[in-house]
Design a protein around this ligand. Sequence first.
Ligand code: BES
Ligand code: ZN
Ligand code: ZN
Length: 535
Amino acid sequence: MSVDFNIFDAQKFSKFTFLSDKIDTVVKTNEIGTLILDSYISNLQNETQNEEEVKDVCVLDSYIAEISDLYGFDVKNHLENEGCKGKSGSTLKISLPKLNADLWENLPNNILVVGLGEKTLDDCRKAGLELGRGTVGTQSACVPFVDSLTDEQQIAFFDGILLSCYRQTRIASTNDLKDPVVNIFVLTQNEERVSENLQESRRIAEATILARTLECVPSNVKNPKWLAENFEELVKQCENLDGELVFECMNADELRERGFNAILAVGSASVTPPCLVTIKWIPKNVRANTPKIVFVGKGITYDTGGLSLKPRESMVPMKTDMSGTATVVSAILSIAKAGLNVEVTAVATMAENAMGASSYRPGDVVKTYAGSTVEILNTDAEGRMVMADGLDYAISDLQADIVVDVATLTGAATFGLGRFHAATYSNDNEVWNKMSKASSVIGENVWRMPLVDDYREVLHSPIADICHVETEGTVGAGSITAALFLEHFVKGHKWCHLDIAGVGRAGKPMGEVSTNQPTGFGAALLYGFVKEYDK
Ligand code: BES
Ligand code: ZN
Ligand code: ZN
């Protein structure tokens, strides 16, 4: 018996309301529980001649004098006494005691100061996250300072607030997680600009949150068919698009007819057969001279390792081995909702790497969709097999100009880079530059890895076109050799590969994500990547 699991159970986001009143009118409405003030460190280096005089100072938004007047104490002085320097991601909560006199009556009884650091996009995102965390479980908060932020800063700031609303799914009879602040009042003189930016943040944060939600589902619930059905439903729920979003699913019979033998081999021992989903975004107005982009995502709904069985501890988190597909699907939904004028297709290659009498074996030779023969040495390197078929399909049938693939491919990616940078490979500098730019806007880190020419020879097979893992353990660069294997299928097309095995799961509690649970890394990044082509 499976547990109930509905990914459409609404994630509770705070409700945003824009107000253009004066701050004292707003604050005195009696509706607001927490007043949010910003503080940031500005470096005075440019304004002073003397290097020694340079020191960090805490600058507060323009409302500080009014707030001090309203409350009858010097808020800035209070912050200085508390050592609040406005550091990125820092907060200071001033909870006002109840007075006998009516001095503070009708005023918000909490003031939360969030540090904006140097106001980089990461700083702004962190401030938003901490704003959300600092107001959890409360009714209302008022944010007066957004007008002083640029568009990009606003987007990052709202993105942070929305991400703080994520609640990891719990399939339990009790749920003690507190909801995010119910109402956020945003004080602005430019509602149009702020609401446009908030909408953009929604598309970004919702991509991350949907990816996390899908990745979190346990594997006794999700299998290839379950994912395909949910993807179809998600596509159906996209309304009023500025173009067409087309869902297609090839079931195992069709995969067999058409020769997707690598996906079939990986999924051969599972009671839930593999399938391949394509979701195509065809905008009404395609921007001239933009490339056709195809995403390919690894969708292993559970990775036991197959006959080359994983040790029991490493198997536990393998429900997240479909993160690549969650990433590409979540990204394309946001791309469609935003109406980006670029043709994009997401390919989700889905199979369960189970173990049984019908498993594929070490020593087998498998012919991929476009006809390459691959010698299997280790059935736990299944990701690159399903990706091989996916990449073949992207190149030969979908005529991709640029292919971006995303996969929880190798444990080696984590050894090399840890949990904060995705091992990223590209055979094209322009594509890499766009990915790198998107990374700095979105706040998901990529690190370019080398496609080392000298390592190619270790994939030589005595019997087939290519071996799918190193023949002898001489090179030892597991993430790089996996990338080199994938490159074989790209056939010289422009390509970028994200090995998200490290960044895809939290190694320690990370805000709303607990240890070993998925981060949704990559969905927002791919959205940002396509946006770079719509300029
Ligand atoms: N799904 C794993 C990679 C992985 C490891 C993802 C840890 C997330 C966390 C992949 O299928 C795998 O097992 N890769 C092998 C490749 C090896 C057999 C060449 C690995 O990394 O050990
Ligand atoms: Zn594996
Ligand atoms: Zn895997």
